[in-house]
Design a protein around this ligand. Structure first.
Ligand code: BGC
Length: 460
């Protein structure tokens, strides 16, 4: 029985983490395709800007869609919808013949990413037994990092394939040889299809079913993922809480939720203001600025991607043992140190050689074992069942807005204050994050969601 239940939980975690993989892949694939698309469609700067930001705009809308729909039609159906959007984006971008349609399909993919970024980790949190909840949500972050890396490899592989492929098939030569950026988008159809199939196979979240009064279904699902007596107990606790809430409904803006909402928004915004995506996506530019040759700069990006994956594994093994807060503290101290040192390297013009790469690797490693996964773990743990969807959507919305702000201002800041200043600004934001986390975060490892509610949510 026990083996079966862990197998089922593992399968559910794997299926929803695929949403993270698509999130990572969709956001990273563009880095290899953008230059080819620009040349092919003769994009001016404004159109290029639209092509990139349509994805981000989609993410922001997707967060709203997730917030509106996942309480109404359930987590499973919304994830399925996201899977369809990924598929439409992949095929649509792959065969688009105008800039407008390309921008439109990128927007659709962005909506998929926005939905997945809210619902995938939330769905895992609602299933996970307390003793492995950290590990399961961190697996979602692992999937994001694998998705990013897969996109780099698949872009590079398709580029080299386009040089060597010999085919008489007009369609294959169109998408894999002459206009290979099409192939880069089309390959995303495979993980999208896999995601759709996996989500069809997983059950609906029992917590959502209880919220909707579908008790017997929720109970039978809980029985398949826990030992019988534990499932029975859990069912009674969740149901009792849910009926209590029905008699005293609260709004997301109620004062009892102020602290967790503040913590969630702060974690999301400061995760992005650490400069993580500037380093991941502008990596080659930074390395070129530092004097690396073009291919050396690209290899460095792959090294960063691999380190990101490997150190997320540390979070997977440690978040339920060492705890969320200690990981955050250690990781943030390492991030601040490496950012300060990178700034110093640029300030003193000491950017040649492996030292700079080493420092950025330390930064990524520290991010990957702390702020990366722990942000997603905590924002999904600290809100009660009745407001989780809305609250997590608000936090994730602030995350995507922060992604946009960094993307918009990073190149501008690089020009205005130079790389040293930019890295010190990122260090400053992470220092604020460290102080706030130290003061406001209470450890959540091993606790049930109901116990966490007691700690974070003031009685109302
Ligand atoms: C962040 C993404 C980032 C990724 C890198 C995620 O937790 O939300 O913005 O690209 O980590 O691993």
């Amino acid at each position: 029985m026990r083996d079966n239940t862990s197998w089922r939980i593992g399968f559910i975690g794997f299926a929803s983490a695929m949403g993270g993989l698509l999130f990572g892949f969709e956001t990273a694939v563009i880095s290899g395709a953008i230059e080819l698309v620009r040349v092919q469609f003769n994009l001016n700067t404004a159109m290029e800007g639209w092509f990139v930001s349509s994805g981000l705009l989609g993410c922001i809308i997707g967060v709203f869609v997730a917030g509106l729909l996942s309480d109404r039609i359930g987590r499973k159906n919304v994830l399925l919808f996201a899977g369809l959007l990924f598929l439409i984006c992949s095929v649509g971008c792959g065969i688009a013949i105008s800039t407008k349609s390309l921008i439109g399909y990128r927007f659709i993919g962005g909506v998929g990413v926005g939905i997945a970024s809210v619902v995938s980790p939330m769905y895992i949190t609602e299933f996970a037994p307390p003793r492995i909840r950290g590990r399961m949500v961190a697996s979602y972050q692992l999937a994001i990092t694998i998705g990013i890396l897969l996109a780099y490899f698949s872009n590079a592989w398709l580029l080299s394939l386009s040089d060597t492929i010999q085919t008489d098939n007009a369609w294959l030569s169109w998408v894999f040889q002459h206009e290979v950026w099409r192939g880069m988008f089309l390959v995303m159809a495979l993980p999208s299809l896999l995601f759709i199939v996996l989500i069809i196979l997983v059950p609906e979240s029992p917590r959502w079913l209880i919220l909707k009064g579908k008790y017997s279904k929720a109970r039978s699902i809980l029985m398949t993922i826990q030992e019988k007596n534990i499932a029975e107990q859990q069912f009674e606790v969740i149901k009792k809480r849910s009926s209590l809430r029905k008699t005293s409904q609260r709004s997301i803006w109620s004062s009892s939720l102020r602290t967790p909402l503040l913590i969630g928004i702060m974690l999301c915004v400061f995760q992005q203001f650490s400069g993580i995506n500037a380093i991941i996506y502008y990596g080659p530019k930074i390395f070129k600025e530092a004097g690396f040759a073009a291919d050396g700069a690209l290899y460095s990006q792959v090294i960063i991607g691999v380190v990101n994956v490997v150190f997320t594994l540390v979070a997977i093994t440690q978040s339920d043992k060492f705890g969320r807060k200690p990981l955050l503290m250690v990781g943030l101290i390492g991030m601040i140190f490496s950012l300060l040192m990178v700034g110093l390297c640029f300030y003193t013009d000491n950017t040649q050689g492996l030292f700079l790469l080493g420092l950025l690797v330390v930064f990524i490693a520290c991010f990957a074992l702390s702020v990366g996964p722990v942000t997603w773990i905590i924002i999904n743990e600290i809100f009660p069942d009745d407001v989780r969807t809305k609250a997590v959507s608000i936090c994730t919305f602030s995350l995507w807005v922060a992604v946009g702000i960094v993307g918009q201002f990073f190149p501008w800041l690089l020009e205005r204050v130079g790389p040293s200043g930019v890295f010190w600004i990122f260090a400053g934001f992470s220092a604020i994050n460290l102080l706030l986390c130290r003061k406001m975060i209470v450890e959540t490892k091993g606790k049930t969601l109901e116990e966490i509610e007691e700690v974070y949510v003031a009685p109302h």
